[in-house]
Write a protein that binds this ligand. Sequence first.
Ligand code: GDP
Ligand code: GDP
Length: 445
Amino acid sequence: MSSQPVIAIIGRPNVGKSTLFNRLTGTRSALVSDMPGLTRDRREEQADIGGHPVRLVDTAGLEEAKRGSIAERMRQQSEAALMAADLVLFVIDSRDGITPDDKSFARVVRNSGRPVILVANKCEGRAGEDGFYAAFELGFGEPVAISAEHGEGLGDLMVEMLSALGLKEDRENAAEPLPATERPIRVAIVGRPNAGKSTLVNAILGEERMITGPEPGLTRDSVPSDVEWHGRRVRLFDTAGLRRKAKITETAEKLSASDAIRAIRFAEVVVLLIDAERPFEHQDLTIGDRIAEEGRALVVAVNKWDLVEDKQQALKALRETLNDRLAQVPGVTLVTLSALSGKGVERLSAAVLEAYDTWNRRVSTADLNRWLEEALARHSPPAVSGRRIKIRYITQPSTRPPTFVAFCTRPEEMPQSYLRYLTNSLRQAFKLPGVPVRLNLRKGE
Ligand code: GDP
Ligand code: GDP
């Protein structure tokens, strides 16, 4: 093996190999086309993966020799590339699901005995979800979900590539830092008008930074603020700033709801700020539901705690409302604070970091299956139309939020109540409070 590892990108035509090649090498030259099999010859280029130079090979498409000599040549090229590779990126098009061609190429790749990373491309939006799950069938383990065209998931892919090659990120020489370890954690503070969002942001930043002007519709660049909490970088997005940019014809309530929805989309952790004097009004709960639906980590902060007389009673009532009305995220952290005095702000930062870590938690497949065995023994799956549904295996394909897939017979007939039992037990066993936990069922023997 030469000093630079060789990585071959393999897959049937049109799955996005050239697009991925261009992304990883930073070149624009390659032909990208909707016509299957247009990329002809094998291209090689150097790429930087976490500070390590590698040689990347784009094969012309691992097409089976059905269509005469060009196809035959392409197949030979792919096989030659496979033989020379230290690592194979086997690419599928998640929007197409798994085709018979994918399966036969998977065989060729497997027979090569090379280490393989299964790459589920075209995963932007939700269109690729089914294909992503179907890809488990190929037997290469968990696919890495990416969108080569939109540049999503490439950091995750690079992390996997390094680990498959037995390399560690070389920060000094890396063109771009890899994700998760380096990127700031994106945090949005949302809540009704007057809940105290601006005051809280000021308290966090420790200065009168926010502009509060008398003119309606005052525009203020909504530059996010970077802070450091316990040595970790956090990027704060304040929706109070966003609000002033929006149209002034809308009512304040409506505006803050739409700001919140926008903020939730780009945040990783959302702090739902509640006014202790008017806790959990309709809009707070709507925003809370939305955060859960979008799969974000949530921290509930109750502001203006200085104004509350019977704190014990108030806390009890808040907990009850949370358990009752935000049942999708049981165990969510509740922080009481006073943005005005700064009391409790420190606890809020700790809660945000903890929620972020929970949201990113990965549970090993071995631990999951040990848990599954116990959970099934404690409470066996129901019999539907006289036959018991069997659950064989569980894995965690992704984090952010923690998402699990259990393979079972007749998934469509599984009662919701049993699914809820499993989800809750999973949440407790692996300590996943306050984040949405997804448990999906797939058919599998
Ligand atoms: P190759 O034949 O496997 O090299 O595939 P190409 O890279 O030529 O891509 C085939 C088609 O898929 C082109 O139209 C690309 O623009 C498109 N494509 C590539 N990656 C993505 C993606 O992540 N999402 C979507 N929606 N389309 C993609
Ligand atoms: P926003 O609309 O959510 O950005 O709310 P502001 O930050 O503008 O605060 C609305 C009002 O609540 C202001 O008059 C603040 O002084 C007041 N306020 C904010 N935080 C606190 C707090 O912790 N205690 C008390 N007593 N008042 C607060």
